[in-house]
Design a protein around this ligand. Structure first.
Ligand SMILES: [Fe+2]
Length: 205
């Protein structure tokens, strides 16, 4: 990954996407996506790099059939990175990411995302009755292995593993998640149902 933000001088550490020194670029485009020098493209690239590490066996993955399993791989003032496994039907209900930008890359398995969108760019494979059941405004896409997606401010989605195979994904948030709101859709209208603070180290939704 290229530069993200200024960080204090630190002892030398092995090179890698989570340990590489990050320096602020004199590039105002980095601030265009939100209140962080990390752009959506930076976060997506970071999750791709860490996903490659996971694929190479450098981070242990566990599976919990009862609760979605997650492990925080990295945390600093500007960024946190999570590794998550999803067994069949494990998921996160419709939510946003507060004031954080986010991105994820699927390592293996597949995740189904429904996101609030005024557009019509569903994945084209969703049965009409399922689209109808979720109502207008929600669009589906299936995220296959290697797929990366980024979440700008205001991105509202739910994510679930609808497949038999356990899914594994890498997520990054900047600034680190500190609050999330949850939503329901009634008659095609998005309604916030509650908001919650996210404690440092608390698994993302
Ligand atoms: Fe999310």
């Amino acid at each position: 990954m290229t530069a993200l933000v200024d960080t204090p001088t630190r002892p030398a550490a092995p090179a890698g996407p989570l340990t590489r020194p990050r320096t602020r670029q004199a590039d105002r485009r980095r601030w265009q996506d939100g209140p962080t020098p990390a752009s959506l493209a930076d976060l997506a690239a970071l999750t791709r790099e860490v996903a490659a590490e996971v694929d190479a066996g450098r981070h242990g993955v566990e599976v919990d059939p009862v609760r979605r399993w997650s492990r925080r791989l990295h945390a600093d003032d500007h960024l946190d990175v999570w590794l998550i496994s999803w067994t069949t039907d494990q998921g996160a209900e419709l939510h946003d990411h507060g004031g954080s930008l986010g991105a994820l890359t699927v390592v293996r398995g597949a995740l189904t995302e429904w996101r609030w969108s005024a557009g019509s760019d569903d994945d084209g494979t969703c049965p009409a009755e399922e689209l109808h059941a979720r109502g207008p405004g929600l669009r589906r896409r299936v995220l296959d292995p290697g797929r990366s997606v980024a979440f700008g401010l205001g991105h509202v989605h739910d994510v679930t593993n609808r497949a038999l195979e356990t899914a594994v994904s890498v997520h990054a948030y900047s600034p680190p998640l500190s609050a999330m709101s949850y939503y329901g859709v009634e008659a095609g209208v998005l309604r916030r149902t509650r908001s919650e603070l996210v404690a440092p180290g608390q698994s993302p939704g």
